[in-house]
Design a protein. Structure first.
Length: 249
């Protein structure tokens, strides 16, 4: 077939398109190499064009968010870890495609944030807390509330200072404590005799009688941090994979 199919073709002597059976991949490669030798400029031009195009697509899509149904859990259980020892989301997507599952790209309008790292989560937390409208639905007793602070129903703040923007979740207890700006306290969290700032404490976490201020931290669900006065004086940790602990010397 000699018909030109792209405006660039008029500048090059394009080879005739020939049919090669799908069952003969090495024949296809051999003919491709022959065409490249005979039409080096055209082959390199097209190759460079598609390489750059592919790079731009990957660069644009690298930070795109993903939304999945529960099918991705099944996919994650069937793929192998990558060379860096992790299950890659791109491998899970490819598994879904290979097994006939529907995968579609969509353009998302508006703001979003990739929260894959601690720094990203804290930044997203800052952005959200900055938009708070102050309200108090819980109990505030002999305490100081400064700035934009949300105190959810059932929360108790006693003999403490909370400096916003901050949110105190339902049923949380803040007692003899300081909660600084850009701190999110989840439902049922207890902060007693301690200072917390620029941090996220998830549901059920407990921080009691910690000597220094906790800041720029993420504390998971039902995690307990406390000071004990028993002897011998030592650090006792129960930490999950990829945990980080910073100690003051």
């Amino acid at each position: 077939m000699d018909k030109s199919f792209h405006p660039l073709d008029q500048h090059f002597n394009m080879p005739q398109v020939r049919h090669v059976e799908a069952s003969r991949p090495f024949r296809w490669l051999a003919m491709g190499m022959s065409d490249m030798r005979d039409n080096l400029v055209a082959s390199l031009s097209y190759g460079l064009f598609f390489a750059v195009l592919g790079y731009l697509i990957l660069a644009y899509a690298a930070d795109m968010p993903y939304l999945f149904t529960a099918a991705v859990v099944d996919a994650a259980g069937r793929i192998a870890p990558s060379g860096r020892g992790e299950l890659e989301i791109t491998d899970a997507i490819q598994w879904l495609i290979d097994h006939g599952r529907l995968v579609r790209p969509h353009v998302i309008e508006g703001w979003w944030k990739d929260t894959g790292r601690l720094e990203d989560m804290l930044e997203a937390n800052r952005i959200i807390l900055d938009s708070l409208v102050a309200r108090t639905d819980g109990l505030v007793e002999e305490s100081e509330i400064l700035g934009k602070v949300v105190v959810e129903a059932g929360a108790r703040i006693v003999h403490s200072t909370v400096r916003g923007p901050a949110i105190i979740g339902k049923g949380a207890v803040i007692e003899n404590a300081y909660v600084g700006p850009f701190t999110s306290i989840g439902d049922g969290v207890i902060v007693r005799g301690s200072e917390v700032e620029h941090s996220i404490l998830l549901e059920g976490a407990s921080v009691s009688d910690v000597g220094g201020r906790i800041e720029s931290s993420l504390i998971g669900r039902n995690v307990s941090i406390y000071r004990t006065r028993s002897k011998p004086r030592s650090f006792n940790f129960m930490l999950g994979d990829r945990s980080e602990v910073g100690l003051i010397g």
